[in-house]
Design a protein around this ligand. Structure first.
Ligand SMILES: *Cc1c(COP(=O)(O)O)cnc(C)c1O
Length: 357
């Protein structure tokens, strides 16, 4: 294997053992003599894989029986409008919190087809914090939030006490820590940050959120279609689901989300300690809302950006360039990033700052 440490924001690193098992299954799935890429989704080869993936999602997240689990395609971006079409009855309004580019896109899509209100935003400070203390009227049907803001490096460390169910885009921190399912009427996440390859989207809906829409929706856009057909109304993304299942197995073997959370806290601290102790680096997020998944920072002297990037790359640290809306750098340290990888980055940051002291 290469010695490159991949800090890419997504698609991103997956556990090494998952890469190995997935590549083996491309050649020969569990000794069947068939590739995972050629088996029918309605075969005895694939159905147990899908069922195991669904069961692991339930087990790891601790989902009660009244939640439905779906593996869909179209990315989290499709859920920006599909959630609205399925959950927001005519004459009702939904509330949104705007915490960055992805929230804004969700808001943009929702506004095209329904009546929504942005009740809190951190746009005034380039999304460097999570809004708190805002009122949530129980008249809204639901509250849409984005748990981790991949681009800005902010993350909810606690949830507002919402009188209405939350609909949450968890694309970049799902399975990184335990959640409290009862807060959420719906959860969705593109797989490519913390779960698997691009091409599958995990969608979780509580049953009582459904059945309130009078309008007829196209078959593929109805959650009921996918629930009734166990995500096999049409051909599901077989390979991304298989790889996601392998990642979920890895998570379970590791000890589950409580253990994962401790590891993620420790990993993030290595980089934030450098940012806090060396003024050469300036973190983007306010400390209390810092993401454990995406660490965003700028160099005090932006003229050194190119040199820093090259220095990191020479040390094997790849994918650190920040998103254009924040600039600077972003270290994505998802579940699969080993602690040693983060330690190397912290060391490189320390050395580079010393060199320029
Ligand atoms: C990456 C990301 C998305 C986009 O997901 P797609 O699957 O590419 O549509 C949406 N929301 C968040 C929070 C993300 O990090």
């Amino acid at each position: 294997m290469s010695h490159i440490i991949n800090f890419s924001a997504g698609p991103s690193i997956l556990p090494k053992v998952v890469f190995e098992e997935a590549s083996q299954a491309v050649l020969n799935l569990n000794g069947t003599g068939l590739s995972i890429l050629e088996v029918s989704h309605r075969s005895a080869y694939f159905e147990p894989i899908l069922h195991e993936a669904m069961a692991l999602v339930r087990e790891l997240l601790g989902l009660p029986d009244d939640y439905e689990v779906m593996f869909l395609s179209g990315g989290a971006s499709t859920q920006f409008f599909m959630s609205v079409m399925n959950l927001l009855p005519e004459g009702k309004k939904a509330a949104y919190v705007d915490t960055g580019v992805w929230s804004s896109k969700a808001i943009h899509e929702a506004k095209m087809i329904a009546s929504i209100e942005v009740i809190a935003s951190s746009k005034d400070k380039n999304y460097s914090y999570i809004p708190k203390g805002f009122d949530i009227s129980p008249d809204f049907e639901y509250l849409h939030t984005t748990s981790n803001n991949t681009i800005y490096g902010t993350q909810y460390q606690s949830w507002p006490d919402s009188p209405i169910p939350m609909v949450c885009d968890m694309s970049s921190d799902i399975f990184s820590k335990p959640i409290e399912p009862h807060r959420f009427g719906m959860i969705y996440a593109g797989a490519q940050k913390n779960l698997g390859p691009a091409g599958v989207t995990l969608v979780i809906v509580r049953k009582d959120m459904l059945g309130k829409i009078n309008k007829t929706l196209p078959t593929m856009l109805r959650y009921e279609t996918h629930i009734q057909n166990e995500s096999m109304y049409n051909t599901p993304p077989v390979f991304p689901i298989y790889v996601s299942m392998l990642t979920l197995r890895w998570l379970k073997n590791l000890g589950g989300l409580g253990v994962m959370q401790q590891m993620n806290e420790r990993k993030a601290r290595h980089v934030y300690d450098i940012i806090d102790s060396i003024p050469f680096y300036v973190g983007h997020s306010v400390p209390e809302d810092r993401s454990r998944m995406n660490v965003t920072f700028n160099l005090e002297d932006a003229a050194l950006n190119k040199e820093f990037q090259t220095y990191c790359e020479e040390a094997g640290c790849d994918g650190l360039k920040g998103h254009k809306s924040v600039g600077g750098f972003r270290a994505s340290i998802y579940n699969a990033m080993p602690e040693d990888g983060v330690k190397i980055l912290a060391e490189v940051m320390k050395e580079f700052a010393l060199k320029h002291a």
